[in-house]
Design a protein around this ligand. Structure first.
Ligand code: ADP
Ligand code: MG
Length: 283
């Protein structure tokens, strides 16, 4: 763990994410995000967008792809209902010698190192936690750690975005925080070509036939307002290949079995062209 000194206080930093995978560059959302982060003059500062959409539409991946394009280290903080303000800033932990050491969260490590921070699933955490980031997300660009008794000014390269699932609004985020999380970038399911590319990137050993069957299944599901996502598609491809490697047999049957095991009856009825419902997204 890297260690730095701020106002006489020793702080240990979180490690950036190691991302080895390639990303399919989603034209419009990526353009919108990168534009929010551009600086147009010396006294300008970046915006902090909200990436909003249904689960599995690729929100987190858009943030990751952007950090890769900018060649900045990436830090991801997974927000939950239990996230406390200090979890976002600096937490005290007992070191090997029994002494307290201060560990910077991924958010604050990005602030210090000048990296990209994705605060993932931001609408799962409470107003109290968001409040601890208020001064970071406006012109002050400064975060305060009450626990370590220090004030940290952001590195000029610090960039921030948060993702929010449309279906998981655990907490309503107050207006003064929402106004700091602008603009809103809506992320929808990918177009056919992008979806093919994403599946190929994630499951490069899947045959063309399997990929095309999957894309048909996914695109039909998107049009029918069903919640099956790229993540489900990737899992179906992987399980189909695993099943065949272990048991052999007919690839079509293995595909249908995987769809059933991952997306249930409704998924299978889509593949068979027998689905008669109206979708189950309730929003
Ligand atoms: N642009 C992309 N390039 C490569 N893989 C992607 C891309 N978008 C999504 N994926 C794949 O789909 C999965 C779901 O995407 P993710 O970004 O986690 O969705 P969300 O954050 O909206 O729930 C990821 O694990 C990733 O493997
Ligand atoms: Mg996500």
């Amino acid at each position: 763990m890297e260690k730095i000194n701020i106002d006489g206080q020793e702080i240990f930093l979180s490690e950036p994410e190691e991302i080895t995978m390639d990303f399919t560059l989603r034209g419009e959302p990526l353009r919108q995000l990168l534009a929010a982060w551009v600086l147009v003059s010396d006294n300008d500062f970046p915006l902090h967008p909200r990436l909003v959409g249904k689960p599995g539409t690729g929100k987190t991946s858009v943030g990751m792809a952007a950090s890769k394009m900018l060649n900045l280290p990436l830090y991801i903080f997974q927000a939950t209902q239990d996230t406390r303000p200090e979890d976002l800033i600096i937490t005290p932990v007992i070191g090997d010698n029994g002494k307290i050491k201060y560990v910077a969260s991924p958010v604050v490590s990005a602030v210090i190192k000048g990296g990209v921070c994705i605060l993932d699933e931001g609408n799962r955490m409470s107003e109290k936690s968001w409040a601890s980031l208020a001064s970071l997300l406006d012109h002050r660009r400064t975060v305060y750690s009450i626990i370590a008794g220090i004030k940290i000014k952001s590195h000029p390269n610090f960039r921030f975005c948060t993702t929010m699932n449309e279906d998981a609004s655990t907490f309503d985020i107050p207006e003064y925080i929402e106004s700091r999380l602008q603009p809103v970038i809506h992320i929808d399911f990918p177009f056919v070509e992008e979806e093919i590319q994403i599946l190929k990137t994630n499951v490069p050993y899947a045959e063309e036939d399997l990929i095309m069957n999957l894309v048909n299944f996914l695109q039909n599901s998107h049009h029918m307002n069903l919640p099956f996502s790229i993540r489900d598609g990737i899992n179906i491809a992987r399980y189909t290949k695993k099943w065949l490697a272990k048991n052999g047999g007919d690839p079509k049957q293995a595909f249908e079995k995987s769809v059933y095991m991952i997306c249930g009856d409704i998924g299978l009825s889509i593949v068979k062209g027998e689905y008669k419902g109206n979708g189950i997204f309730g929003f």
